[in-house]
Design a protein around this ligand. Sequence first.
Ligand code: UDP
Length: 483
Amino acid sequence: MAQGHMIPMVDIAKLLASQGAIATIAITQHNALRHKAIIDRAMASGLSIRLLQLRFPSQQVGLPEGCESIDTLPSPDYSPGLFAGNELLQGQLEDSLADIEPKPDCLISDVFVPWTVGVASKFQVPRVIFHGTCCFALLCMHSIKLSGIHKGLDSANEPFLIPNMPHPIQITMDKLPGSMKKSNPAFDAFLEKVREGEESAYGVLINSFEELEPEYAERFREARQGKAWCIGPVSLCNKDEMDLAERGNKASIEKKQCLNWLDSREPNSVMYVCLGSMSRLIAAQLIELGMALEASEYPFIWVIREGESKQALEFENWLSREGFEERNKDRGLLIKGWAPQMLILSHHAIGGFLTHCGWNSTFEALCAGVPMITWPIFGEQFLNEKVIVEVLKVGYRVGVDVYVELGQEESIGIVVKREEIERGVRKLMDKSSEEYEEMKRKVEEIGEMGRRAMESGGSSHLNLSLFIQDIVNQVREKAALIQ
Ligand code: UDP
């Protein structure tokens, strides 16, 4: 229940329906509201999509009404309630499925919803999982777990080479996703269920395409005995300008205002800054970032999440009373809330993206041909940084070396200083450099390959057909057995 997982799942439903399947989206009511405009448009265009709206038991788990996704929680302290509420949805989903016809032939579940194992078994359908990340990150995590190499390390910051990778990739345990580390007993028990659900899953759908990371895709597919299908970039199913503008949520800026602002800028001149849907930088860190953007002297769009900082007042004061907004009104566009990210990234004025390396954001930038500066925070973001900087070579690190779990921001403090951020922005946006030209050429080529992968005859288009065919074969085999 996070935007970075729900947004691509809605895209996957659209893609399945566009290849003739009936896609049924099971989602809680408040989350449904955020995706409704896109789903309604998809249905109106003739796609066979059904919506099963589940009631999230907010009261039962002590969450305020409407908090059904990580980004809407008042603070990370409420996460256990979100997980507990999620688990309570199993009965409702089973009842809803019992009521609909035709019944689904396959259940595609987010990896972090392990109770769907029970639902799939009740309805006797294969359960396919979706992680929301790329083959590189999946293979890294798989290889580390399989080898057990991490258990023999002296410390969490001891670098080690990830075994069985096509290229030498070095990492430290402290930069790996929380799901690979020990936590508290309750969360460890939940992760154990996730692991079991991962192992027992029939297959895996991946938001990537073969040509982007061929060796990693192949090795990961081998690891899953062939049942892993790269079907992305799924974001490219959104072609309509309204879909680009409303993806995941209603944007906090009018589409026209945003486009007018971008249209008034030179091509490749604007730095786009957005650290995803969940980041919670402290005020002091946000101020460092703002000062760096100002000092770099490039035009910028800066997305600031509502209530991003616990010290929201201190930060608001800095923005207004200390004159940041006024000084930068001609050069910077601040979006407070939800940005129409795909609309922005696909505009020719965007020259660079300062990203937290969430896989969706990373992939959207790749598809839009935009080079990046990387500021990973948590999750598998440090692995995605490696994809950008070491594997594809289409970005620079801003220089973050500290993994900050949600909720730890205050105790850790500032992780990257304004001078480093400014240096990163200047280095990336210097279009006179050969490096920029080379990065831009590479990333545009990747974007083009991604578009081809999604067209009829392209690798991802074909993989999605193969996946559907695989499920159809399962259904036939099951029917033959019954007869
Ligand atoms: N997003 C957006 N507007 C925002 C923030 C995020 O449209 O203001 C979208 C973004 O395009 C991406 C998703 O939300 O599709 C975020 O997913 P990602 O994996 O990049 O990061 P997460 O938020 O899960 O950390």
